[in-house]
Write a new protein. Structure first.
Length: 151
C-alpha cells in the first residue's frame, strides 16, 4: 500500500489556510450586515455663503438677491495708474561666465538676482559692470533681456 504524499505539516498548513479564509469571509459578511443596519440614507454636504462645507442646509431667508445685470463676465480691464512704469531697469553684473554663456544681474532697486543669457546681450559684459536691462518672464522666473552697458 502506498504512503500518502502529504506530510503532517502540509496538512496542518492547509487547515490553517482554510481557517483564515473562512474567518476573512465571516468578517466580510459581518461588515455587510453592519452597513445594512446603519442608516441607508446618503449624507449630504452643503456649502454656506462663505464657501465652507456644512452638514446643515442653508436657510432660505439668508440668501441675497443678485441682479443679472450686475454680474461681469471676463477679466476686468486694467485701470491706468497715475505713475509711469519704466520697463528699463538698472543693475550690476554679479556673475558672468563667458565659457558657459550665462550670468546673474542684481537689480539696484530691489536687490533681486535675475538670470541673464548671452543671447540676450546687446553689449559685451563682465563682472561688476553697471548695466541697464528689461525683465521677461522665463520658465524659472524673471530673466534679464536687452542687457546693455551703462555709460
Amino acid at each position: 500500500m502506498a504512503k500518502s504524499q502529504q506530510s503532517y505539516s502540509k496538512r496542518q498548513k492547509e487547515k490553517e489556510r482554510l481557517k483564515k479564509r473562512e474567518e476573512k469571509q465571516k468578517r466580510k459578511e459581518a461588515r455587510r450586515e453592519e452597513a445594512k443596519d446603519k442608516d441607508e440614507s446618503i449624507p449630504f454636504a452643503y456649502v454656506d455663503k462663505y464657501g465652507n462645507l456644512t452638514d446643515t442646509p442653508p436657510e432660505r431667508d439668508e440668501e441675497e438677491e443678485i441682479e443679472a445685470s450686475e454680474i461681469i463676465l471676463g477679466i476686468p480691464k486694467k485701470e491706468e495708474s497715475d505713475e509711469e512704469f519704466d520697463p528699463i531697469r538698472k543693475g550690476k553684473v554679479s556673475f558672468f561666465d563667458h565659457s558657459k554663456g550665462f550670468g546673474f544681474i542684481i537689480d539696484t532697486e530691489t536687490q533681486e538676482k535675475h538670470f541673464c543669457h548671452v543671447s540676450r546681450l546687446n553689449d559685451e559684459i563682465s563682472e561688476n559692470d553697471k548695466v541697464s536691462f528689461e525683465l521677461e518672464k522665463g520658465p524659472r522666473g524673471l530673466n534679464a533681456v536687452n542687457v546693455s552697458l551703462q555709460e
